[in-house]
Write a protein of this length. Sequence first.
Length: 361
Amino acid sequence: MKILTIHASAGAGHLKAAEAIYKSIQKYTAHEVVFVDALDYTYPLFKKFYRDTYVFLISKFPFVWKWGFMLLDIPKIQGLVRFFRRGYNRFNGGKLHHFLKEEQFDYIFSTQFLSTEVAAAMKRSGEISGKLITVVTDFDVHRIWTAEEVDMYAVASDWTKKKLKRIGISEKKIIVTGIPTDEKFFHPGDIKVLKQSLELQENIFTVLIATGSFGIGPIEEILNRLEGFQVMVVCGHNKNLFQRLSSQQSELIKIFGLVDNMPELMAVADMMVTKPGGLSISEALVSQLPMIFFNAIPGQEENNIKVLKEYGIGISDCSVDEIAMELKKMRDTKDIFLTAVKRTQKLARPSAAKDIVALIR
C-alpha cells in the first residue's frame, strides 16, 4: 500500500505530529510511505503569505486572530467560508491536487486542516478514493478540521472525542489515540548521563522554558525571576532572543536556539514553562513533566488550557511574578509536585503514533 503523511508548516506542531506518524509507519509496517508539506505544493507567494500572516496575527494582533477563530467556529459561517476556501485552495494548490490525483494513495494521514480540506474536496469529486485520516493536533477541536469525507479522526482525549460528537461527527469515526509524539520522549535515555552531557548539576530543581517554534513571550522577564533554579531556555527560531539571552549563560542557565534534542531536555527537567501548543503539551505529558502555561495564542491554545483544566493539569493565568512563585511552590512542596506528575501520567499517550498507524488495514 501507498501511504501519505501530510502537514502544512504553519507552526512546528503539525510537522512534528506528521513526522512521528511517518517514523512509526516506517518502523512498524512494510508499506511505502511519503512525507509531504502541503505548502510545498502551492505558489511560493501563497506559502509565504500563509506562514507569515499567521505569525504576524498571533504576535501583533492576537485579538484579530481570536475574533476570526471564534467566527469560523459558527456552523453557518464556517459552511459559507468553506465554499469559497475550497476554490481558493484549489487555485493556489494546483500542484497538490495534481500530486494527490497522480499518486492515488491508499491512506492519507493529515495533521493540518488545510491538507485535510484539500484531500476531502478531492474525495468528494471522485478524484481520489483512499482513506483520509485526520489527526487533530490540539486538545480542543475547531470545525475547520471537519469534513464529511474524513474516514477517521484521531484525537487527543476523551474530551476531544465528546466535542467532535457534539458538533455532529459520528462516534464511529472517532478514535482517542493521543497526539502523536516521537518515541524518544518515552525512551530518552539515562537521566544521569543526559545531565552530564548537557553540563547540568545533579540535584538542583531544573526548569525548562520552551518558547514555541517562533520564540514569542516574556522570556527574559521570567528568566530574571528564577534565582535558585537551574534553567534551560529554548528560543526556537527567534535568533534575536537567543543572542540577547546568551550573555546570561552560566553554570545554572543554559540557552539554546532551535534544538533537535527536546526529548532529552524534557527528560532532565522537573517543570516546564511553555506555550500551550498541542504538541508541546503532549510531549510534556509523555515526559511526565508538569507545566506552567504562558502567552497562550487566543483560540486554540487558550482552549487547550481549558481542556487540560478538566483533567487538573497545568497552571495558567499567571503573571511573571506568579510563575516564579508557582515554581518555588513546586520545588519546595514535594506532595504538590508529585501530584502534578501523577496527573500528567493519566493523560499521557506515549503510543499515540503507533496506535494511529494501527488504523491501516
